[in-house]
Design a protein around this ligand. Structure first.
Ligand SMILES: *Cc1c(COP(=O)(O)O)cnc(C)c1O
Length: 401
């Protein structure tokens, strides 16, 4: 492997974001390929026994085994660091692998975690059910109120975990205020930034310590592979995250890393366009449906905070209809938009969280999170906005709205 422009952090630091997204992390092989190579190899060989020993001792840089390092995976990790402004990144097989490895590597039995209550369904199960099985205490709070985090802090609170905008309620958490409160108490701040992407929001700049992603969403953005990513300080990544992940193996395959690596080249263009489409669709729906939340509209109760920490309103809209019959009726009347529980795809997708993504969350917890029976989540993609508005218009008419 030749170290090429893009691998050296010192040089890339002066590049503008678009250049980093296309060139960052590139490491070319002896063939000089323009598009990054896919290294589908589990292992690596050594010139001699001494070199193998030096690699394992850590005296010589280089690859030993793809659970620990892989050239394609490292290109993706370096590119992600450049986009996020983070010291270190590690990618994983899915967003949930990233979330669970982050929390399990940070917390031990007897520690306490405070989390925002509106979380991705599986994140909520992790907080409510899985972590407590290992003796980790957890408290969930209304993430919209920073003081709720302060009140929940205990002497053994080691971390705060939040999502903003939150899935699927679109609650906004004030990352700076919560980070200040958590840091006063000596707790680490972990932000699930999947709904925003580094194009729209950079939590590290707002004071968070760790950013975690489902790269399945906007980063792939074309509905092909599952992937996750964790970014943060180099020391935490090595001493905390890798001390766990090295031996538990939540790694991303080189092929899936390559898919995400290529997608990052167009991330900024895709996310910017999808946000523009979402704003147009939200403006059309506002007033036409009984309730709607979109952070980019002034009607969102936390619009000012959202616009202070995000560069656009994002790609997700929450629609509130009277009940499940109307919500399922609208889904069944769609002709262009797909019924799908994914988000962040180039295709516009709609789902009914209460019966799909948050089905495994108990009904009382769903109600407390603000997920009603009539709620729909719309993930706006890259089709022409007029076609999207046309489809929603006919589907709303079909259910008498
Ligand atoms: C999808 C998602 C996850 C989980 O990611 P997977 O890649 O599906 O494992 C976690 N958090 C948020 C906010 C998500 O949207």
């Amino acid at each position: 492997m030749k170290r090429r422009a893009g691998q050296d952090r010192g040089q890339t630091a002066s590049w503008k974001p678009a250049t980093r997204a296309v060139r960052g992390g590139t490491a070319r092989s002896e063939f000089g390929e323009t598009s990054e190579a896919i290294f589908l190899t589990s292992g690596f060989s050594y010139d001699n026994a001494g070199q193998a020993a030096a690699r394992f001792r850590g005296d010589e840089k280089g690859m030993t085994y793809s659970r620990l390092q892989n050239p394609t995976v490292e290109m993706l990790e370096e590119r992600l660091c450049l986009l996020e402004g983070a010291e270190a990144a590690r990618v994983s097989a899915s967003g949930m692998a990233a979330m669970s490895a982050t929390l399990l590597s940070t917390l031990s039995a007897g520690d306490h975690l405070v989390a925002g209550r509106a979380l991705f369904g599986s994140c909520r199960v992790l907080v409510d059910t899985i972590l407590p099985r290992f003796g980790i205490q957890t408290t969930v709070v209304d993430g919209r109120d920073p003081e709720a985090f302060r009140r929940a802090m205990r002497p053994n609170t080691r971390a705060v975990f939040l999502e903003t905008p939150a899935n699927p309620t679109l609650d906004i958490v004030d990352v700076k205020a919560v980070s200040d409160i958590a840091h006063d108490a000596g707790a680490l701040v972990i932000v699930d930034n999947a709904f925003a992407s580094p194009v729209v929001q950079r939590p590290l700049e707002l004071g968070a310590d760790i950013v975690a992603y489902s790269a399945t969403k906007l980063m792939d953005g074309q509905g092909r592979v599952l992937a996750g990513a964790v970014l943060g300080p180099a020391e935490w990544m090595e001493k905390t995250y890798m001390a766990f992940a090295r031996h538990t193996g939540p790694v991303l395959s080189a092929f899936n890393a390559w898919v995400i690596l290529k997608s990052l080249e167009t991330l900024e263009m895709r996310v910017t366009r999808a946000c523009e489409n979402a704003l147009a669709v939200a403006r059309f729906l506002e007033g036409r449906v009984p309730g709607l939340l979109y952070p980019g509209l002034e009607s969102h109760p936390q619009h000012r905070l959202a616009m202070a920490q995000m560069s656009a309103g994002g790609t997700i809209i929450a629609i509130h209809l009277p009940g499940r019959a109307e919500a399922h009726g609208l889904l069944d009347a769609l002709q262009l938009i797909d019924i799908s529980n994914n988000v962040g795809d180039s295709r516009t997708l709609m789902t009914h969280p209460a019966s799909t993504t948050h089905y495994s969350v108990p009904e009382n917890v769903r109600a407390e999170m603000g997920i009603g029976e009539g709620m729909l989540r719309l993930s706006v993609g890259l089709e022409d906005k007029d076609d999207l508005i046309g489809d929603l218009d006919q589907a709303l008419r079909a259910i008498g709205l």
